[in-house]
Design a protein around this ligand. Structure first.
Ligand code: CP
Length: 307
């Protein structure tokens, strides 16, 4: 039996595979027929709340001719101590792909290690690859190829930011990270990204990171499961994205936020509700890109050997 094609992180796919997924997403969005899940079932395990991921994957499964089973981990035997390995083996006998949202990336890897069907990362504490592929699709719809363009991440270096590093490794965007020294990216990640040719720079000053950027991105300061919310809010106060900061970006710069947002905290209402903001296009594109990810996982799109 061949190995299932898991979608765990952007840096685990080749540039060619990511490009084919993005092309397929664009085609599906334009109305191309997609039946990758016809007669098949997707299981979706959530250990944490979700609006966009849950609804977009469920609609994606239905639009691809299949069916989704949404599982709250607390209501499963998983929540009573059944192992992830056994859960993976059992679900693999019923369904054709599994998504997992969890606070522990190791659980995603364990699920993938024991599943005989594809496993998809629907957000972990380490990364959020579906979101960033949707963001790249959104940027390219508005502004053309992301390669060589400056993406400025402002705020907490969190799971979403980590997937932007992976995007810089595979898709060639130039990533500027502005964050407090206390919340900076892991040196090993930066070293690995740079060794693979990615252009990633870390700045303490938001203005330095945003100057000339083609895209400015932020995220909630206190992520789900964060225990040190008060400390993070204090550290991140100088990293709010407001109109003055956006003025330093390129004249046609876009603003993105994966949502949910906290207006007045990480971003002002003037920016997120303003003309440069494409946050609802990002949210819509979760649907199109996840349909293409499912098609890739299920073999409808060709795979490459890793670079
Ligand atoms: N951006 C995102 O993943 O949204 P949800 O938490 O609502 O799924």
């Amino acid at each position: 039996m061949s190995e299932p094609r898991h979608f765990l992180d952007l840096d685990r796919l080749s540039t060619g595979e990511l490009r084919r997924i993005l092309d397929h997403a664009r085609a599906l969005k334009a109305g191309a027929p997609g039946r990758a899940l016809a007669g098949r079932t997707l299981a979706m395990i959530f250990e944490k709340p979700s609006t966009r991921t849950r609804v977009s994957f469920e609609v994606a499964a239905q639009q691809l001719g299949g069916h989704a089973v949404v599982l709250n981990a607390r209501d499963m035997q998983l929540g009573r101590g059944e192992t992830i390995a056994d859960t993976a083996r059992v679900l693999s006998r019923y369904v054709h792909a599994i998504t997992l949202r969890t606070d522990h990336h190791a659980k995603l890897l364990e699920l993938a290690a024991h599943a005989t069907v594809p496993v998809i990362n629907a957000l972990t504490d380490a990364s959020h690859p579906c979101q960033i592929l949707a963001d790249v699709l959104t940027f390219e719809e508005h502004r053309g190829p992301v390669a060589g363009r400056i993406v400025a991440w402002v705020g907490d270096f969190n799971n979403v930011a980590r997937s932007w590093v992976h995007a810089a490794m595979r898709l060639g965007c130039i990533l500027h990270v502005a964050c407090p020294p206390e919340l900076t990216p892991e040196p090993e990640l930066l070293a690995r990204a740079r060794a693979e040719g990615a252009r990633v720079e870390v700045f303490a000053e938001p203005a330095a990171a945003v100057r000339g950027a083609h895209l400015v991105v932020t995220d909630t300061w206190v992520s789900m499961g964060d225990a040190d919310g008060a400390r993070k809010r204090r550290l991140l106060e100088p990293y709010r994205v407001d109109a003055r900061l956006m003025e330093l970006a390129a004249a046609d710069a876009l603003f993105m936020h994966c949502l949910p947002a906290h207006r007045g905290e990480e971003v002002t209402a003037e920016v997120i509700d303003g003309p440069r903001s494409v946050v609802f296009d990002e949210a819509e594109n979760r649907l199109h890109v996840q349909k293409a990810i499912l098609a890739w996982c299920l073999g409808e799109i060709g795979a490459d050997p890793m670079p």
